[in-house]
Design a protein around this ligand. Structure first.
Ligand SMILES: NC(=O)c1ccc[n+]([C@@H]2O[C@H](COP(=O)([O-])OP(=O)(O)OC[C@H]3O[C@@H](n4cnc5c(N)ncnc54)[C@H](O)[C@@H]3O)[C@@H](O)[C@H]2O)c1
Length: 401
């Protein structure tokens, strides 16, 4: 049986993993080709990833017009997602669209409308749902062991290098992402909304966020290469390897467009309007409340989750998943299945597998579009709350198209 041919648009950090995976060949799919607007970047990408024989395109229209291509993985920056996704759907391609779905709720709705019209398979890249830990957490939540759920808490903490990468690339500007909460944490918001269940809708949000550490007053120079040697030597933020293309490389390949792709723009420079810490409070229509925190500058990245219910608490912290029962104090340690092989804790190959299965009619065809909209609504309202100091409401109809 013919394998599906899948193209990748966006020859960057995220595209790297998918292009490599597809080029190596999966049981039911193979790489068709790569598209990027920037010819220089495209060439470096194909050479670095060893994608011998891959077709390359710098014109998305020609790329989408390719008859042999069945589907496309969209790994371009957030602000392009709506236009690229709608164009791909209209060209009859199935799409796997990286998170966040788009930068605003209205852009997400445009993608949903295009998917409804074309009937193509559409996935949002919420790969955390394919991480065995979160699958296990969801099972425990749904088992009812906590009784009536009252509160959920999520935390994402970023390492020094990861934090730095968000201060000097396209995502340092809100207009490119819809805000860092949307860009970085639409994953985490999706997981929180998934645990509570999408039949329940968040109806109120309050958010406090700010730039406390990466403030322009501390900038010794605009770029690292202009920085006084002693300050540069002591700066912990000069290294961002691992979070920019090439992900496997020791240091980013520097490009003409250093502020777009990642380079040595000073993390303190005023050329950004992002925040470096976020605290969010949520209330659902069924009375459940929750909070989420994004924090930076730490020795390592981590995520933690806690749920409180009438019958107990469930917590994932320090690598352990455990329930503590309220009435007896008994502690249940939950086994976390080993992560499968591959990028992002094994979730990347699993997501490609689910995408291919959906295209072949063996799984849900619309995986994550409504949820992508919900996560972006929450992130957008959170940003509005942080900027205005107001508690924001979400009307039920805002979750529709
Ligand atoms: N699921 C995850 O865990 C995860 C992780 C990292 C990034 N992402 C997402 O992946 C996307 C890309 O992030 P990245 O870090 O790889 O960015 P990147 O800057 O490394 O790469 C993006 C590439 O897209 C190209 N591009 C820009 N506009 C284009 C267009 N209209 N058509 C074709 N090519 C275009 C750029 O030239 C660049 O090469 C973002 O939306 C990000 O949120 C998801």
């Amino acid at each position: 049986m013919r394998k599906l041919k899948i193209g990748v648009i966006g020859a960057g950090a995220r595209g790297e993993g998918f292009a490599r995976e597809l080029h190596a060949g999966t049981p039911r799919a193979e790489l068709f080709g790569i598209c990027d607007l920037d010819a220089d970047r495209l060439k470096k990408f194909v050479d670095y990833c060893g994608l011998k024989g891959a077709r390359t395109f710098t014109d998305p229209d020609r790329f989408f017009a390719s008859k042999e291509m069945d589907a496309v993985m969209i790994t371009t920056p957030d602000f392009t997602h709506r236009d690229v996704a709608v164009k791909a759907l209209k060209a009859g391609k199935h799409i796997y669209l990286e998170k966040p779905m788009a930068t605003t709720a209205e852009e997400c709705r445009d993608i949903l409308r295009a998917q409804k019209k074309t009937g193509r398979t559409a996935f949002v890249g919420f790969n955390m749902r394919a991480v065995t830990l979160y699958e296990r957490l969801k099972q425990v939540v749904d088992s009812g062991v906590l009784g009536q759920i009252v509160h959920i808490e999520g935390l994402e903490q970023l390492s020094i290098a990861h934090s730095a990468s968000f201060m000097r690339r396209f995502h340092r500007k809100r207009q490119n992402t819809g805000g860092l909460l949307n860009h970085k944490c639409s994953h985490d918001l999706d997981i929180i909304l998934w645990f509570i269940g999408h039949q329940h809708k968040v109806k109120r949000i309050a958010c406090f966020a700010g730039l406390n550490v990466f403030v322009p007053q501390k900038a010794p120079a605009k770029y690292c290469h202009e920085c006084p040697a002693d300050i540069f030597a002591a700066c912990p933020y000069k290294d961002q390897a691992g979070f920019v293309f090439p992900v496997g490389g020791a240091q980013p390949i520097h490009h003409r467009k250093r502020e777009t792709y990642g380079g040595d723009l000073c993390v303190y420079t005023e050329d950004k309007d992002t925040f470096d810490n976020w605290t969010l409070i949520l209330e659902w229509d069924n009375g459940i409340r929750g909070n989420f925190n994004l924090q930076m500058f730490q020795s390592r990245g981590l995520r933690e989750t806690r749920l409180w219910g009438e019958l107990g608490t469930l917590q994932f912290a320090n690598g352990a998943l455990r329930t503590t029962l309220s009435r007896t104090g008994d502690v249940i340690e939950h086994h976390i299945p080993a992560a499968s092989k591959g990028g992002h804790g094994g979730s990347d190959p699993r997501m490609i597998g689910r995408f291919v299965a959906a295209i072949e009619g063996k799984g849900p065809a619309d995986s994550g579009l409504a949820e992508g909209l919900a996560a972006t609504i929450v992130a957008q309202k959170a940003l509005e709350s942080a900027l205005t100091g107001k508690v924001m409401s979400i009307a039920p109809e805002e979750y529709g198209i």
